[in-house]
Design a protein around this ligand. Sequence first.
Ligand SMILES: C[S@@+](CC[C@H](N)C(=O)[O-])C[C@H]1O[C@@H](n2cnc3c(N)ncnc32)[C@H](O)[C@@H]1O
Length: 323
Amino acid sequence: MQEINGIQMRISYNKLWKLMIDKNIKKGQLQAAIGVSKGTMAKMGKNENVSLSVLLSICEYLNCDFGDIIEAIPEDKCEVSQTPYYLSYENRYQKVYAAGATCWGHSPDDEILIKALSKWVADNNLQGKPIIEYACGEGSCGIILSKLGCIYHGVDIAPTAVEKSKSVLNDFSYATVSQLDMVNEKVAGEYDAALDVMGYHMLVTDADRQKYLKNVYDSLKLGAHMLFFRESYRTDAYDGVVNSFAEWKIISGSDYETPEKRSVTNNGHNIEVLIPLVPARARTKDGYIREMTAAGFVIDDIVEMDINMQCPYSASIYVHKAV
Ligand SMILES: C[S@@+](CC[C@H](N)C(=O)[O-])C[C@H]1O[C@@H](n2cnc3c(N)ncnc32)[C@H](O)[C@@H]1O
């Protein structure tokens, strides 16, 4: 760590980890290619300094510049600077596709989803209007909304999901998809409506949730509607503040190191696969109301949903941006 003008700065390798995901390069692969010890890799994992020659070897291997792999971050922003916990969904997509699955999240044929989106589009006159979907996953809602006549834009942080979305939406000329961290990046332009299907509950710290809601709010026109579909909802959910992912691990009692066994359909056969456990945070009804209203949304309805496979206890939250 280095102190400059009273600000403590720390090196961050966040850009390197993102670049490696984009290029589908594993840490072991990088270590072997540049010929460094596990200790050096561990140092980078902890945002500690390594020698310039190591950084130069990485640049040679990835054909990039220093600024593409490292940056200087104020110490108090350090948790954001590390690979964000919510990027872990990328590993999940990679694992299930490798096991032969063609779709992991919601299917474009999900009748409950189609019914809810059709009513939402009709009730709010969204046909022919630009709609953004945050945490779009594999583009299933993009298919449904495009068929309903909406001008769809989907964003997700996981490169594998973004690629999948682009390919399934290829036939819909108005549909677009891009890679974006909805917590730390803003979309350009203003939309007539926004959709989030099981995306918000992937954010566990209060700061990340607030940043995301602000980004969403800023991306909407006055009076625009938003639907949070199948949000994790429990009457006994933890209702206090969560300051960090480390704190969430203690509260949730999980280290997220042990993968979970799930069933994947490969050519009509069910096979079992071990996939990374991803953090998700349920909320009580009051918890959701507090968060949404603090972000400036007006709540129109909160509908408790039937127990289902996608997210056992869930609710759909209908809100709009005040005029
Ligand atoms: C449970 S999946 C839901 C995917 C899709 N909406 C569906 O229902 O099939 C959660 C999605 O949130 C995405 N995600 C998590 N954190 C994100 C972030 N900060 N920015 C953008 N997408 C994020 C994940 O990559 C993943 O695709």
